[in-house]
Design a protein around this ligand. Structure first.
Ligand code: KG4
Ligand code: ZN
Length: 340
C-alpha cells in the first residue's frame, strides 16, 4: 500500500531573511524569501531591525507559501521552524508564530536546527541531481558558521572541525568591506574575482589543529597589506580590485579545501558536499568540481536557492523528524546557540 503523503509548512527566521516553504515528502512545493535590504546601509545585520522586519513579513510570506504550493492550512500535517542557532530576536518571531499556528491547527510542531537544515538541503528532490549516501562529509560555510560535518544518517551527524574565530562568510564580508564593497560583500568578491589573477597577491594562511579553521589573521593580513600599498599609491585598491578579489578568494578557498581534503583522507570518505551561503561562491564550487575530476571524489553542490538561508532546508529536515516522531511541545523556546 502506498504511504500517505506528508505535507509540512516550515519557517526560517534565524537572521535577516524571513522564509516559508511547503514540502510534500521530499519535494518542495514552494520556498519564499522576504529579503531585508535595510541592513546594507549599516554594513551588517542590525538585530533589532531584523526582528521588526520579521514581524512585518511573517504572515504575508506564510500566506504566499501556502498559496503558491496550492495547499490549505487544513491539509498540513505539521509546522516546522528554526529553533536556533541565530539571532534571538529573529528566532523568537518564527518560533512564536509556529507554536501558535500549530496549536490552532492541532498538529505537531517540529523544532529544527538551522545547521542540520543546511546539510539536509542535499536531500531535497532535484531531478538533475543525485543525493549523497551515508557517510559523507559536508563543509558548511555561511556568514555565521564554518564547520566540517561527518554525516552518518539524516539525523545523526558530528561536527569534526569548526572555526576558532571568524566564519568563512565573515572573512569574505570583512575583506570586501576593506575593498569598499557594500554588505554582504561575499558575492562582490566572487564577481570581481572572475576577471582577476589569483596569484597576484599572497596573504597569511593560518596553522590550526585538526580540522579547525581560523580566518581572523587573514583579515589583519589584508588590512596591513592594503594600508602599506595605499601609502605608495592611494588608488591601489581601484587599480587592482579584480586581482585583490581573486587572491583573497583563492586564499579563503585554499584554507577550506586543505582541511576538507585532510578530513576526507583521514576518515576514508569519498563523498564531499558543501552547504551554506558561501557554497554559492563560484571559486569554491570549481575547487570542489576539480576534486571530482582530478582525485575521483563524488561531490554534491546544492542548487543555488538552497545555499543561502531558506525555509526549504528546514522543511526537509522536519520531514525526517516527522518520520521519527521527533516533535516539540508548546514550552519549546528559541535558542541563540544550538549545537548539532
Ligand atoms: O547561509 P547564509 O545565507 O546566512 C548565514 O547563515 O550566515 O550565508 C551568508 C554568507 C554571507 O557572508 C555572504 O557574503 C556569503 O554567505 N556569500 C558568499 C557568496 N554568496 C553568499 N560568499 C562568497 N561568494 C559568494 N558568491
Ligand atoms: Zn545559514
Amino acid at each position: 500500500m502506498r504511504q500517505k503523503d506528508t505535507l509540512i509548512l516550515a519557517i526560517e527566521s534565524s537572521c535577516d531573511d524571513t522564509s516559508a516553504a511547503v514540502i510534500k515528502n521530499t519535494t518542495v512545493l514552494s520556498n519564499l524569501i522576504a529579503r531585508q535590504v535595510i541592513h546594507e546601509q549599516y554594513g551588517g545585520v542590525v538585530p533589532e531591525l531584523a526582528s521588526r522586519a520579521h514581524q512585518i513579513n511573517i504572515v504575508p510570506v506564510v500566506d504566499q507559501a501556502l498559496k503558491k504550493a496550492e495547499v490549505t492550512k487544513e491539509q498540513l500535517d505539521a509546522i516546522a521552524f528554526t529553533r536556533g542557532p541565530g539571532l534571538m530576536g529573529s528566532l523568537v518571531v518564527g518560533t512564536s508564530f509556529a507554536k501558535a499556528f500549530a496549536m490552532s491547527l492541532g498538529i505537531p510542531l517540529i523544532a529544527v536546527n538551522h545547521m542540520v537544515g543546511h546539510v539536509l538541503a542535499h536531500f531535497i528532490d532535484d531531478e538533475n541531481k543525485p543525493k549523497p549516501t551515508f557517510p559523507f562529509l559536508c563543509l558548511t560555510v555561511s556568514g555565521g558558521h564554518t564547520q566540517i560535518v561527518l554525516v552518518k544518517d539524516h539525523l545523526e551527524m558530528e561536527v569534526i572541525g569548526s572555526t576558532i574565530d571568524d566564519a568563512a562568510g565573515e572573512a569574505f564580508d570583512k575583506a570586501a568591506k576593506l575593498l569598499g564593497f557594500p554588505y554582504p560583500g561575499g558575492p562582490f568578491v566572487d564577481k570581481f574575482a572572475q576577471g582577476g589573477n589569483a596569484s597576484a597577491f599572497s596573504f597569511a594562511k593560518p596553522s590550526t589543529k585538526g580540522y579547525d579553521f581560523s580566518f581572523s589573521g587573514l583579515k589583519t593580513s589584508i588590512l596591513y597589506f592594503l594600508q602599506k600599498q595605499q601609502q605608495l599609491d592611494p588608488d591601489f585598491i581601484e587599480k587592482n580590485k579584480a586581482d585583490l578579489c581573486a587572491s583573497i578568494q583563492e586564499t579563503v578557498i585554499g584554507i577550506l579545501m586543505k582541511k576538507l581534503l585532510k578530513a576526507a583522507q583521514d576518515y576514508g570518505i569519498n563523498q564531499l558536499a558543501i552547504a551554506g551561503g558561501v557554497s554559492a561562491n563560484s571559486g569554491l564550487r570549481n575547487a570542489l568540481l576539480n576534486l571530482e575530476k582530478e582525485k575521483g571524489f563524488q561531490v554534491f553542490i546544492p542548487k543555488f536557492d538552497y545555499c543561502t538561508d531558506n525555509a526549504a532546508m528546514i522543511a526537509i529536515t522536519a520531514k525526517y523528524m516527522f518520520e521519527k516522531g521527533i516533535f516539540a511541545d508548546q514550552q519549546v523556546a528559541a535558542t541563540a546557540r544550538f549545537s548539532i
